[in-house]
Design a protein around this ligand. Structure first.
Ligand code: PMV
Length: 285
């Protein structure tokens, strides 16, 4: 009744921002991401009939705040009538700081929970269950570059290219180590309800996905760089125009962007992307 799993975070190149169905946590748009290899989260789930309550320890500290979301994840995998669990999670990078720790945490927790309960689920089913806890977690079931598509009332995962056939490198600049001020779910809802740019964001996403898919298929780094930076800045514009405005960047975030621009001017194959946090990821050929 105990299992441990490891998962890596992924960084979106074409972003998921906005929910179609809050209850089932279905994204409003498809997305494309690259899974990192060096950062990871390891989660252990121990189901114990003697326990009266679930507990969650993150990096050695009991975490009451994140427990409910983790409990929901276990309920989704095993069922609400499950035995109580001792959950421990360990990450080798700052969590809740815009480094996609929710993706690696919920992907690992889903696999560990299924293992502890003795369930054998197919990868895509595990990905769908993990996606109910965190939309981006579903993409962490694939290495390399993966696409999450919205289909009717569910999500489908698709590997676009494996890590060996186009070995891109991602340099992560940590500009701030504290937790971010607004969680993704809350920030997405603020955007949906108040950003004047939200509807154009939704309308343009399929076009951006198509351009990125073709660029990846043709291993066209320049084309991928152009659309990924555009899509990232568009997502942040949606947030900046929300009420209240959601600004995750700090002054170092902007300096990193300027550094990437300088590198590009010097002929280097690199582009930036930023998620719901102040960190900058530089994707390199
Ligand atoms: O999966 P969540 O709920 O943490 O949301 C992820 C949102 C972004 O990281 C900003 C974009 C993405 O596609 O990963």
């Amino acid at each position: 009744m105990q299992a441990t799993a490891i998962a890596q975070p992924n960084i979106a190149l074409i972003k998921y921002w906005g929910k179609r169905d809050i209850e089932r946590n279905l994204p409003a748009v498809g997305s494309i991401s690259i899974t990192l290899s060096d950062l990871f989260t390891e989660v252990s789930v121990e189901l114990d009939e003697k326990l009266r309550a679930d507990s969650l320890m993150i990096n050695g500290v009991f975490d009451e705040q994140r427990l409910p979301r983790m409990q929901l994840c276990l309920d989704n995998v095993i069922g609400e009538q499950r035995v109580r669990a001792r959950i421990t999670s360990q990450s080798n990078f700052p969590i809740a700081a815009g480094l996609a720790s929710s993706a690696s945490s919920f992907a690992a927790a889903t696999v560990a929970a299924a293992g502890a309960a003795g369930l054998s689920l197919k990868v895509d089913d595990l990905a769908r269950v993990a996606g109910r806890a965190s939309g981006s977690a579903a993409r962490s079931f694939y290495g390399g570059i993966a696409e999450l598509r919205n289909c009717d009332n569910t999500i489908n995962l698709n590997a676009l290219c494996n890590e060996h056939s186009w070995p891109l490198k991602v340099v992560v600049a940590i500009t701030e180590t504290g937790p971010k001020h607004t969680g993704s779910t809350e920030a997405m809802e603020i955007s949906r309800n108040s950003s004047p740019f939200y509807s154009s964001w939704l309308e343009q996403q399929d076009g951006d996905l198509q351009i990125a898919r073709t660029a990846i298929e043709q291993r066209d780094f320049a084309a991928l760089a152009e659309i990924a930076e555009h899509n990232c800045l568009k997502m942040h514009s949606v947030m900046w125009a929300s009420r209240p405005a959601i600004v995750f960047w700090n002054s170092v975030t902007l300096q990193c962007l300027q550094t990437v621009r300088r590198l590009q001017e010097d002929g280097h194959n690199v582009f930036f992307t930023i998620d719901a946090g102040p960190q900058v990821k530089a994707v390199c050929l």
